[in-house]
Design a protein around this ligand. Structure first.
Ligand SMILES: Cc1cc2nc3c(=O)[nH]c(=O)nc-3n(C[C@H](O)[C@H](O)[C@H](O)COP(=O)(O)OP(=O)(O)OC[C@H]3O[C@@H](n4cnc5c(N)ncnc54)[C@H](O)[C@@H]3O)c2cc1C
Length: 270
């Protein structure tokens, strides 16, 4: 594959930019991916470096940290959490972002990525000279019965936050369980309280925020109780009953309220 030429794939030929000698492909269009793309542009002008980013979601450069505020109603419009959209990247930085395009394979020998167009359908190969993989990390789903049931969302992307909002609006749940007392679990528990839900937080450790010293963790537990979250520490969730009217008990014997009228559990990141 020569620089600046075409790349012959099994579906079609992808034309390389005839201007730039090098092509940078970025997988993932949020903080890390678009920071890398922007930094590359600062160092190399568009006639030297073509930059293309593929993002499987509907947004670039969004604040995942703002998702709890969106869910809690502090932020009303998801667009407020978007720092830069694809049009801004294109017009100001000559960075070409393809939303709803998921990279499904990498051929390192041929220096090409396999890209699925999630809206139009179909796949194609896209060549690269340099590749940045910035796909983030996904919430861990505990290996428990029912953990993959519908209505138990994980939260990574802004699309995930919007999907959680949709579920809350559609199903109008009265209560929720958040499994895992790390900072994202805490933030989501508070957000759900702000939406008027009865919220239980379950954590296997002796305190929420296991990264803190016990005296600090005790303050966090007090603060959670102060905002109305029922905390079950030393408790391990043993499963999820998606259609059962009552939740499964935890190992401490507590019976936290289920997430939603029918589904019954939130996972580590709510
Ligand atoms: C609810 C929540 C609250 C948070 N609060 C804070 C906070 O208060 N303070 C703080 O410092 N951090 C916070 N964080 C963490 C912070 O948001 C992350 O550290 C940061 O978003 C990581 O950026 P990233 O670009 O590495 O990954 P991500 O933000 O996860 O972005 C990865 C992107 O890659 C895309 N992608 C994945 N696979 C593919 C593929 N195959 N093809 C194309 N695209 C793909 C995804 O759709 C996603 O948009 C929070 C995170 C969450 C979820």
């Amino acid at each position: 594959m020569g620089s600046g030429g075409g790349f012959v794939s099994d579906t079609r030929t992808v034309e390389r930019s005839m201007m730039a000698s090098t092509r940078l492909v970025v997988i993932g269009g949020d903080a890390a991916g678009m920071s890398a793309a922007s930094q590359a542009r600062r160092r190399r002008k568009s006639d030297e470096l073509e930059i293309v980013a593929f993002e499987r979601g509907r947004h670039t450069s969004y604040s995942a940290c703002g998702i709890p505020y969106l869910v809690g109603g502090v932020v009303s419009d998801p667009e407020e959490l978007v720092a830069r959209d694809p049009e801004t990247f294109r017009s100001r930085y000559a960075i070409n972002v393809h939303l709803r395009h998921e990279v499904v394979g990498i051929d390192a020998d041929r220096r090409a990525v396999r890209v699925a167009d999630l809206d139009a359908g179909g796949e194609r190969w896209e060549p690269f000279d340099e590749l940045v993989i910035a796909t983030g990390s996904v919430p861990v789903r505990p290996d428990l019965p029912g953990a993959d049931a519908a209505g138990i969302p994980g939260v990574q992307t802004l699309d995930d936050g919007m999907e959680l909002l949709r579920i809350l609006d559609a199903e109008q749940p009265r209560s929720a369980v958040v499994v895992g007392g790390g900072y994202i679990g805490l933030e989501m528990a508070e957000a759900l309280v702000m939406r008027g839900l009865e919220v239980s937080l379950v954590d296997a450790g002796p305190q929420p925020m296991a990264t803190l010293d016990p005296d600090m963790g005790a303050l966090v537990a007090d603060a959670l109780a102060g905002v109305g979250v029922t905390v079950h520490t030393g408790s391990v969730s043993s499963g999820t009953r998606a259609e059962a009217p009552r939740p499964l008990p935890t190992s401490s014997g507590a019976s936290p309220a289920p997430f939603g009228p029918t589904p019954s559990k939130g996972e580590g990141d709510a």
